[in-house]
Design a protein around this ligand. Structure first.
Ligand code: SAH
Length: 225
């Protein structure tokens, strides 16, 4: 998979992309992530990418021209499955959407700033708009990092244990059962006996029951789906 991210703050991604699973996935060649500095695509001598909103009101708006240039350049090089804009009013990001996007080859993610982007970018270039939740961030970078992380961990070969992404919360509309590690007894707080029983069938049944109970309690909406 290849992900091209368009941003005015490429430095923000240094943390999330240069550690842990996303770093290893890149090193193994399972994903290629390219950061494109939007300011490199403006003809303005001060590298300005925002301007005042027509109609006035507070806040600047990201201009259409630099975005058009970078997207058209990328599209001339390869075909993209989706051109995503991170937006608070977009489709709410969830595991089924992550699963779906992880099957694609090439994605662009455009990170907005200020009051947002010129509406004509959304109308003419963007094929999908994604929100990571009903709250407003100051820019699309954190949303793009969240989306990228969740896709990368689903790519075959990325997680050591291939099954492990499939047993995470939200796969099969259930949340994960509780997990424990050593010691068996900490200040009298014990690990459930069944997990130490060695009986795989009973352990699997217990995990499933726990998942269902937790889902009923914490995310009843998932069971209705
Ligand atoms: N005026 C806009 C908010 C702009 S916030 C509004 O009220 O809808 C600036 C940028 O941050 C947005 O262009 C978008 O790219 C990003 N952003 C903010 N909140 C987000 C969210 N919940 N999910 C995804 N991207 C978000």
């Amino acid at each position: 998979m290849r992900i091209d991210i368009i941003t005015i703050f490429p430095e923000i991604f240094e943390g999330p992309f240069n550690h842990s699973i996303v770093k290893r996935a890149q090193e193994k060649g399972l994903v290629e992530i390219y950061l494109h500095q939007l300011r490199d695509y403006t003809s303005d001598k001060h590298h300005k990418v925002d301007d005042y909103a027509f109609s006035g009101g507070a806040g600047m708006v990201m201009m259409i021209e630099p975005v058009a240039r970078v997207i058209e350049k990328l599209k001339s090089e390869r075909a993209y499955d989706e051109i995503i804009y991170t937006s608070p009013d977009g489709e709410l990001f969830d595991q089924p959407l992550a699963n779906h996007l992880s099957t694609y080859e090439n994605l662009i993610i455009l990170c907005g700033h200020y009051k947002g982007i010129d509406e004509r970018i959304r109308e003419h270039f963007i094929t999908k708009e994604i929100s990571i939740g009903n709250y407003v961030l100051s820019g699309g970078e954190l949303a793009a990092a969240v989306i990228t992380d969740s896709l990368v961990r689903l790519l075959p070969g990325v997680l050591g244990n291939e099954v492990s992404a499939l047993t995470d919360s939200f796969q099969n509309n259930l949340v994960s059962p509780p997990v424990y590690t050593r010691p068996r007894d900490f200040r009298g707080w014990k690990v459930p006996d069944i997990l130490l029983s060695g009986n795989e069938r009973l352990i699997e049944e217990w995990k499933f029951e726990q998942s269902v109970k937790r889902t009923q309690k914490r995310r009843p909406g998932l069971l209705e789906e």
